[in-house]
Design a protein around this ligand. Structure first.
Ligand SMILES: Cc1cc2nc3c(=O)[nH]c(=O)nc-3n(C[C@H](O)[C@H](O)[C@H](O)COP(=O)(O)OP(=O)(O)OC[C@H]3O[C@@H](n4cnc5c(N)ncnc54)[C@H](O)[C@@H]3O)c2cc1C
Length: 491
């Protein structure tokens, strides 16, 4: 099947008029946006890499309305771009420049349908913001553990469709591991109803998993039943100074042995990242009085029975200090101090942006390989762009690094941002080749979207790619769901 053969060739106003006439009685004015001022926010992605065009933005408020939009579009061969909080790093929710697509916004699918504390589950609609789901869980004495920098604006549908990770993956897993059930409108308009709160269900293929991480290319997720956990009794948070990434990996193992799965966060912060934060972000101070090449932000989550965990964390760090593994460490003694330590980690992207242009790579290798990967990657960066500064930080507990590169300090290398950014494609190729040598991932958290379609073609196992194309064809034979994203369809 050549999907390009089935794609509508031109933006013809006739289908739009027909579509609006068919959908208006059900969706009303609030559900059908055509005025340029209303449509504009849906046309540009978060990183401003892409600007698309659209026939119409449909904002259905119920699953039945989503079904109506999908059916009406399928009947006319009109492609659909699902759109949540628009925080994708890869342009996944932005329409192409063709102008023939309908953006399906989930802004009005915002109901929390049910909270079941006894089953430790919550059923929410896809357009619910992540922060609202966390709040709804907390109001019922439970925790929904997914936590991201974008949680105030990203949606559950987007989190599911990108299989989002974040800062608590070490303990709770990625979004895929937090899902019990899904409701999805398929490309032909049928509703797949797997919206159940079961932890055990071995009845055939686990079909719902197909839609997690599919980035809107297989259907529109309308609701999900998510796992909840007991609300934590508190946290113990430490900032640790270390000699190297290798020591950080060793300490991770030591802390896992001492603290078990209470260890929730283990983030790597090299000195260069800390220095950028201290230079550019107001109200930040160095957490330790001594200097160290590497740092780790460590957090354990306390349950009601774990009141001695903070002491066990301090003991474990003290013992590691005595054997020379840890240079220095501080354990937060107040909520304000905990927040101050987190701020040092969470504002690294902002600090790097303020420092100037940067080349970003979202990679994963087995945690044990991270030190060797950083060394080999640094050598590539130094050879490719003399004077460039490697800022490799992130979720060490998951083997996931934001392998970012900042330009040389003024006068030490390629003069301006354009010269520096021109090195991006060649550097990306070498770094992603290195990732492949480590059997790692060139997109650990952020998915493929439009940005990384070529990388998937290049690095994915051909058999896996073939399976993906067969699944896509089976579910979406007209190629109408989020065309041009994830799989190369000739665009
Ligand atoms: C400041 C910041 C911090 C971030 N931190 C992290 C992080 O720590 N970990 C991480 O994994 N990611 C992170 N991200 C990126 C992350 O992928 C998104 O924040 C989030 O998961 C996307 O949700 P969204 O609602 O914004 O989706 P969108 O950007 O709107 O869409 C993302 C993709 O999902 C599809 N989609 C959206 N809704 C649906 C639906 N209902 N049905 C089918 N398809 C749908 C879209 O078509 C698109 O392909 C971060 C982003 C920002 C801006």
């Amino acid at each position: 099947v050549d999907p390009s053969a089935q794609r509508p060739a031109t933006a013809d106003p006739a289908p739009l008029a027909e579509l609006i006439a068919e959908l208006a009685p059900q969706l009303g004015n609030r559900g059908l946006l055509t005025a340029p001022v209303d449509v504009e926010p849906y046309l540009v992605d978060h990183r401003r890499l892409y600007r698309g065009r659209t026939l119409l933005v449909a904002a259905p408020a119920t699953t039945a309305e989503v079904q109506a939009v999908v059916q009406a579009c399928a009947a006319r061969g009109i492609p659909i771009v699902p759109h949540g909080g628009n925080t994708s790093y890869c342009g996944g929710a932005t329409p192409t420049e063709s102008g023939v697509e309908v953006v399906l916004a989930t802004t009005r699918l915002r109901q929390v349908r049910a909270v079941d504390p006894a089953n430790n589950s919550i059923t929410v609609e896809a357009g619910c913001r992540l922060a609202d789901v966390q709040d709804a869980a907390a109001a019922n004495g439970r925790l929904f553990p997914l936590s991201l920098g974008s949680e105030g604006s990203c949606t559950i549908g987007g989190n599911l469709s990108t299989n989002a990770g974040g800062t608590a993956v070490l303990r709770y897993g990625m979004m895929r591991e937090l899902v019990l059930g899904l409701e999805v409108v398929l490309p032909d308009g049928r509703v797949l109803d797997q919206l159940r709160g079961l932890r055990k269900d071995n009845t055939g293929y686990d079909v719902k998993q197909l839609f997690i991480g599919a980035e809107g290319t297989l259907g529109v997720i309308t609701a999900a039943c998510l796992k909840l956990f007991p609300a934590p009794a508190g946290h113990a948070t430490a900032w640790v100074g270390l000699a190297s990434a290798a020591d950080a990996v060793t300490l991770l193992g030591v802390l896992q042995s001492a603290l078990g799965d209470a260890l929730t966060t283990y983030e790597l912060v090299p000195t260069i990242a800390l220095d950028l934060v201290l230079e550019h972000v107001p109200d930040t101070t160095a957490p330790l009085s001594s200097n160290h090449p590497m740092h780790a932000l460590v957090e354990v989550t306390l349950s009601a029975l774990d009141s001695d965990l903070p002491a066990r964390l301090e003991q474990a760090l003290g013992a590691a200090h005595e054997r020379g593994l840890v240079g220095d460490a501080v354990v937060a003694s107040s909520l304000a101090q905990r927040e101050a330590l987190w701020k040092l980690r969470e504002t690294i992207p902002e600090a790097q942006t303020r420092e100037g242009a940067s080349l970003k790579h979202d990679v994963a290798v087995p945690t044990s390989d991270v030190p060797a990967f950083i060394d080999a990657g640094r050598a590539i960066v130094e050879r490719s762009i003399p004077g460039a500064r490697l800022v490799a930080y992130g979720h060490l507990g998951d083997g996931n690094l934001h392998f970012n590169v900042s330009p040389p300090k003024l006068g030490a290398g390629p003069g301006n941002a354009r010269d520096f950014l021109a090195h991006g494609p060649a550097l990306k190729r070498e770094l992603h080749d290195l990732v492949a040598q480590f059997r790692g991932s060139f997109s650990a958290e952020h998915g493929i979207g439009r940005l990384k379609v070529g990388e998937l073609e290049r690095y994915e196992d051909p058999v896996a790619l073939d399976v993906m194309r067969r699944i896509k064809r089976a579910l979406d034979p007209q190629g109408l769901m989020n065309p041009g994203k994830v799989l190369d369809d000739g665009r």
